[in-house]
Design a binder for this molecule. Sequence first.
Ligand SMILES: Nc1nc2c(ncn2[C@@H]2O[C@H](COP(=O)(O)OP(=O)(O)OP(=O)(O)O)[C@@H](O)[C@H]2O)c(=O)[nH]1
Ligand SMILES: C[S@@+](CC[C@H](N)C(=O)[O-])C[C@H]1O[C@@H](n2cnc3c(N)ncnc32)[C@H](O)[C@@H]1O
Ligand code: SF4
Ligand code: SF4
Length: 336
Amino acid sequence: MLTDQLGRPLRDLRISVTDRCNLRCTYCMPAEVFGADYAFLPRAELLSFEEIERLARTFVDLGVRKLRLTGGEPTLRRDLPDLVARLARIEGVQDIAMTTNGLLLPRFADALRAAGLDRVTVSIDSLDPEVFGRMNGLGQHPQKVVDGIEAALTAGLGVKINTVVQRGVNDAGLRDLWLALRGLAPLRFIEFMDVGNHNGWNMDSVVPSGEVLARLGGEAGAAAFAPRAAGYRGEVATRHVDTAGHEVGLISSVTAPFCGDCSRARLSAVGALYTCLFAGGGTDLRAPLRAGASDAELRDLVAGVWAARSDRYSEERGEVTRAGTRPKVEMSHIGG
Ligand SMILES: Nc1nc2c(ncn2[C@@H]2O[C@H](COP(=O)(O)OP(=O)(O)OP(=O)(O)O)[C@@H](O)[C@H]2O)c(=O)[nH]1
Ligand SMILES: C[S@@+](CC[C@H](N)C(=O)[O-])C[C@H]1O[C@@H](n2cnc3c(N)ncnc32)[C@H](O)[C@@H]1O
Ligand code: SF4
Ligand code: SF4
């Protein structure tokens, strides 16, 4: 089995299909930076669906079993169901998921499901129109995302909900969000992370997951929940359930890093392989692919990168921040 320097297998591939987005979340693509004059990737730079399929096969040959489409906003990529259908035909793939802001799900959920998509994770940070409108940078209304969640459920997709938590921004409304949406799907609360170079991260704006759970429980606090076993080895969220069986996941990359089990590789929209969400650079797979590399050559290239991998950024965060920040790839580029 292929493992990296810390004995971690390669199991999960997250594929960014575009760096564009129809929102400008302040913690990801702040409008001041990603404005009208921002140079998004020209179409010719993006991997074609044939190229994504070929590279996905390479990763599956090396042990990957889960694929996740992300971005930017993956539903903006034209003909996305065609890509899903190609990926669903790859022998060995057990799970195809997509992380999305949900806005276009009413339009595309049925076609994506029919093409073979298993699950979506839909991101929504608040049900308060003012708070959500501010956080998404474009004043979009949260009901549009809720409509997307409902469209995904109606289409028969598995659904989870992601919420990024920022102190003083959306933390006051977390319990309202939980009470309103817990009957629809499991909610997962993500500690605000220092991804990219522009989101103004600082430790004071992180709400530790323990505090989030206490807020969700209302008067009973965290005691309103019981822990539930992980769904699979290396799962990023720790699971908890309330007495009615509603599930909440806590993604505590800042206060309780999970690098020890990290089996995730990331492929950017231009075909660069990144071995960590916080990487400063990646390995170009597109150039050898377009130069006619054989399947074996591509496999050797990816296997070599994984075998040399020693990333554990979240565990080292304190040391790195003290030593001064280094440039990181943008979240919208690498996919979340
Ligand atoms: N630091 C860090 N954060 C991650 C990593 N993987 C995922 N996350 C964070 O967790 C969030 C949730 O991830 P999702 O895209 O929903 O995927 P997932 O939780 O791996 O998916 P499941 O297969 O449903 O468990 C991401 O948006 C990131 O913010 C990782 O490897 N490192
Ligand atoms: C980069 S987005 C891409 C997919 C899609 N546009 C969406 O928002 O779901 C993937 C996930 O990363 C999360 N994310 C983005 N920036 C983050 C940050 N600074 N800290 C924690 N999570 C973040 C988003 O909330 C989303 O759940
Ligand atoms: S988190 Fe998703 S929806 Fe928000 S700006 Fe980033 S890519 Fe777009
Ligand atoms: S910080 Fe890097 S190594 Fe650690 S879990 Fe996240 S992606 Fe994996």
